[in-house]
Design a binder for this molecule. Sequence first.
Ligand code: LMR
Length: 396
Amino acid sequence: MFETLKALNPDPILGLLAAYRQDTNARKVDLGVGVYKDEAGHTPILECVKQADLAHRAEETTKTYVGPAGDADFDAGIEALIFGADHSARRDQRLRTLQAPGGCGALRIAAELLNRAKAGAAIWVSDPTWANHVPLLGDAGLEIKIYPYYDGASQSLKADAMFAALEQIPAGDLVLLHGCCHNPCGVDLAPADWDRVAEIAIRRGFTPFVDLAYLGLGVGLDEDAYGVRKLASAVPELLVASSCSKNFGVYRERVGALSLLCATPSQADVVFGQAQNVARGVYSMPPNYGAALVGRILRDPVATKAWEAELGTMRDRINGLRTQLSDKFRQRLNSNRFDFIPAQRGMFSFLGLSKEQVQRLKAEYSIYMVDSSRINVAGVSQSNMDYVVDAVCAVL
Ligand code: LMR
């Protein structure tokens, strides 16, 4: 029966990893997949995670099942981190959080849940959005629609067009928003934009769905959570898919969560039960190890402080690189063409190159980035920055 299946091209993002690993050029640079890298180009295990691992191994007494909602400490810790421990939605018992296998797992459980609630519901995604949003949400049966977001000419938010589009979205549709560190463009909503989105969502009756994969890597933990907290205090229903891959550096352990805000506590119980039932039908229950470590860090104030410091180091490095990169481009080109880079947040920015220019960077310089010219800023270092800037200027 498998003869009916056709060979696929490599994944547009993950495929870059394999191509980069095979490249034998000593000067190769990986600006592709969104993983944090230190100055040496290494993706380190955070010290706080190593400590949590030691304690976990010493204290873990059983490997029995945990259940579809995952690790209860993790669920409580991540919910308090995202929304703030004292958020009214928590006090009102309208919020439930379920551990999921990574942010992708959370997105897919949400999509299946939404499709149960309203088969074929429309979900509006930003133009552009993370490539994997489309299969994660669409393959579950949701109808993907697109709202304007990024203006390539000004490298900033297409605010007027976006708000005009949101004003047309009917009640019962969903709107996917990037909580912070927009993937792929790095352009985030300002607090006033979030306030306006919340106001329109209430008035129009659409349901916001926030993808929060980079919490703490933009401006700071509280600043990056502004939008999600604002929505949670304004709208009756909200979904939040979060990931610990980047901010805890536990990528391969697949640690994420789905938080569900409902109109009433009893509704929240029903929806939470449905979400667990969806999980049961897909993978039964999430892997425990990574979430156990994150849960352990979040329930210990000393460990949490240590994590926040390490997170701050990652964030500062990325933001510092943004400034240095744009300075270097300005010097080389004697133009302000790349001045937008420091104004953007998180790992990603578009360089604004054509697909052909991106291919040349790969073929002639072994510099890897997504075809859209999305770069992972964290892949730049003091040792490769001149090489990257020179190569980009050469293909311009
Ligand atoms: C990315 O966008 O590079 C990351 O989120 C990794 C992935 O799974 O695509």
